[in-house]
Design a protein around this ligand. Structure first.
Ligand code: CTP
Length: 423
């Protein structure tokens, strides 16, 4: 049931997609909401304020000092809003809000409002992917700003990629669900639905920001255990599963720390990456962030053993033959088990790559390492390392769910849904 009294304050910034804001206004009005519009000066180059004035039958906010009847216009706008939606939002306005700059009515109102702030960015793909933009988005997410992720597609500038403003109806629906307390709808779909609806939108693709405020830690990739300055022991892990989980969690609004062994992957732009080599470094990095996290995903292929003695000079044939032919090994710390036994409020998820008896070993690891879930998969024979797809079994105390082979990006969404449903 929609509360007729709710006011959506719509911020429109200087972007070619500004014309879509008219449709956003109409979508809210059709559902019975009152809409007021505030525009930046740049936005008026794309669409005339008269259009919004006619559509909303309300004055349109432009300048800080343009309403003589209201000397503190930004405060009254800020107070009237039940939600402040900025759509489309440029990189520039996002940057200003990140740093608390308030040099026009829109940004001053953003600073002054206590209503939920929802941002739908729209811009060129390279501007969207720029480290500065991603950094600002990550900071705003940490502060509780909700993002409606830009769509992929053909952009006005001719480039193809991420940066399109989603459809007005989608944006309005999302904000209405937020106002009516139903925002996590898509993320609440069951894992079975997720698997069956593989071809449909994932939570991330639909822009759902259900993990805003959550802190996620992911370990990924192999560890590297030195023998001497040039030789080491390692394994074939590609890191793809861990990176997919980090990407999916960040897309859904979580603050993500990705602790990665050496891999040939580009880390997602909006996650904090800690590069490590050995299991002991990985454990130390994980220990630093574990207490404050809500969920930890231990996807790394940690070397179980390391050379007992790391030579500080290259071992030479003919001189160090004994050391080279008998490398004494010692056990590495088990990161998942160490932190699994220290967990308080955290959801702890481990992975198990097995060549046989997959479920038996996964169930044993669940208990032994005090994990809440083990993502088990089969390796060896016909399975290739570094694949973009996988078939998994999600093993929890409640039982086992099987997912047929599908892209790791889709499995990552299912794993996040399942993990965050555990607590
Ligand atoms: N793991 C870990 N630290 C280790 C070894 C494993 O954190 N030293 C974690 C992995 O990240 C994974 C889970 O434990 O989430 C299972 O790893 P796996 O290598 O399959 O199991 P192991 O316990 O090493 O047992 P085994 O190799 O005998 O199967």
């Amino acid at each position: 049931m929609v509360n007729q009294q709710k006011t959506v304050l719509l911020g429109v910034t200087g972007c070619i997609a500004a014309y879509k804001a008219c449709e956003i206004v109409r979508a809210f009005q059709k559902a019975g909401y009152r809409v007021k519009v505030v525009m930046t000066e740049h936005a008026t180059h794309f669409i005339d304020p008269t259009t919004f004035r006619a559509l909303t039958r309300e004055p349109v906010g432009l300048g800080l000092f343009d309403d003589p009847s209201d000397p503190i216009h930004h405060i009254s706008l800020a107070q009237e809003a039940d939600v402040f939606l900025i759509a489309p939002c440029t990189a520039n306005v996002m940057a200003k809000i990140t740093y608390g700059l308030a040099d026009d009515l829109l940004t001053t109102t953003a600073l002054a409002t206590t209503a939920p702030l929802v941002i739908a960015p729209a811009m060129n793909v390279h501007m969207y992917e720029n480290a500065a933009t991603q950094h600002n988005m990550a900071i705003l997410k940490q502060r509780g700003v909700t993002f409606i992720e830009a769509d992929d597609g053909y952009l006005a500038c001719g480039d193809v990629g991420k940066g399109r403003l989603p459809e007005p109806e989608t944006i309005a629906r999302f904000v209405m669900d937020l106002l009516e307390g139903q925002v996590s709808g898509a993320a609440e779909q069951s894992p079975q639905q997720g698997a069956q609806q593989n071809s449909q939108q994932t939570a991330s693709q639909s822009g759902v920001q259900d993990l805003v405020g959550k802190r996620v830690v992911v370990t990924a990739g192999p560890t590297v255990e030195p023998i001497d300055p040039v030789r080491y022991l390692t394994n074939r892990s590609s890191g793809k599963f861990g990176y997919a989980i980090a990407q999916a969690a960040a897309d859904r609004g979580a603050s993500v720390t990705l602790i990665s062994g050496p891999v040939a992957l580009q880390p997602p732009a909006s996650v904090e990456v800690v590069h490590v080599e050995s299991a002991r470094d990985m454990l130390a990095a994980a220990e630093r962030v574990f207490d404050k996290c809500d969920a930890a995903f231990f996807a790394a292929a940690v070397a179980d053993l390391r050379p007992l003695n790391e030579a500080d000079q290259k071992l030479k044939k003919g001189i160090n033959d004994d050391l080279l032919s008998h490398i004494e090994l010692t056990e590495n710390p088990d990161i998942l088990s160490t932190l699994g036994h220290k967990k308080t409020h955290q959801v702890v998820v481990g992975f198990a790559a097995e060549t046989h008896d997959v479920l038996t070993y996964a169930q044993a690891k669940l208990q032994k390492k005090n994990a809440d879930m083990i993502v088990a998969n089969a390796v060896g024979a016909h399975k290739t390392f570094g694949s973009d797809t996988d078939e998994v079994w999600l093993v929890t105390a409640d039982g086992v769910e099987h997912y047929e082979e599908m892209p790791k990006a889709d499995l990552a969404q299912i794993i996040l849904d399942k993990a965050f449903a555990i607590n």
